[in-house]
Design a binder for this molecule. Sequence first.
Ligand SMILES: *Cc1c(COP(=O)(O)O)cnc(C)c1O
Length: 389
Amino acid sequence: MNNHKKGVNTICTHVGELEDKEFKGAVSPLYMSTSYQFEDVDVKRYPRYYNTPNQEALCQKLAALEHTESALIFGSGMAAISTALMTFLQQGDHVVLQQTIYGGTYHFAVSQLERFGIEYSFTEGWEVSDFEKEIKSNTKVLYLETPSNPLLTITDIKGVADLAKKKGILSMIDNTFASPINQTPVDFGIDVVVHSATKYMGGHSDITAGVVAASKEHIHMVWQTGICFGGSLSEYTVWLLERSLKTMAIRVKAQNENAMKMATYLSENKDVDNVYYPGLKTHPGHEVAKSQMTGFGGMLSFELNPEIDASLFFKALKLIKPSMSLAGIESTMLSPTQTSHSLMSPEDRAKQGIKDSLIRFSLGIEETEDLIADIEQAIANVKSMAVTA
Ligand SMILES: *Cc1c(COP(=O)(O)O)cnc(C)c1O
């Protein structure tokens, strides 16, 4: 049994559990203290030092899931991402960021880096060669995100990690969309993994949190920056996140299955123009996705025929919620033009291939048949309105 590798559900359920020594309860006790004894102790504990009992326990589970030595939990995905970037970048450095990244990360780069004297470039596409083209003598970090938002583009993780190693640059990936259930980037040579735990890790649309996972050495560096920026997560939410993670693997697998069935259905639907899902053989990144993902994820996007008005379609949905954010157990849809990418100019959106008719679909755990029935009634409803108008 010594070398027995635990299965992912066992890791989710048990790694990093705190034992209830007093009452022998089934779940980790929650330690709310912000004040701990300073004498005769090994560790001086304080929530913003990321070292309370619940934080340390949860970090073990997160590191086990991401196949890293260590991890840290933050108050949001952006707290994790900004702290990680500001750890490895200094005045005079340069960072290459993938063009298609989360809007908040894009905004952080364009609004904050320059005033710290940090240069940045965005890649033109999402191929390894696009990263290589932007590297300069002072480049210190390559930052990627795959699958990306909202068109689910796929970047070759090993390719970017190898390129970074060859040039002596640190590689950092946003693994939010895949979750560690579908993709563990350090196995392909990535140095630092960041997450918005608000999404699949939380999974119930009721937690905001972030994660950085990496080697002990890199996490120690992030910790030194983190205690200054102070983006730690409240103990109660740490405890809730542990509860959520116990079911992450079964949730994400159900969402993978739903997305695959939905992508297949939508690509055969004549009221739908295009479907973007890395699990489809027709997706340009399918082969690369197959080589680096164990599941293709619960996110997809599609375009309705221009004759079907997207905002009327959203209004006609009865089960699927038109709402922001993603990765909850309930299915949601949104229009990137009206939400996540509304600050971008129409020209820039067009450059990224984001049409006004594009709909991003976050699959929940409902039965696929019920979701399909909802889409069919909504399309029929919009069409009948067009006839009577
Ligand atoms: C939501 C999200 C973030 C930001 O996380 P917050 O928890 O909202 O701060 C970063 N990256 C991706 C891919 C996201 O979806």
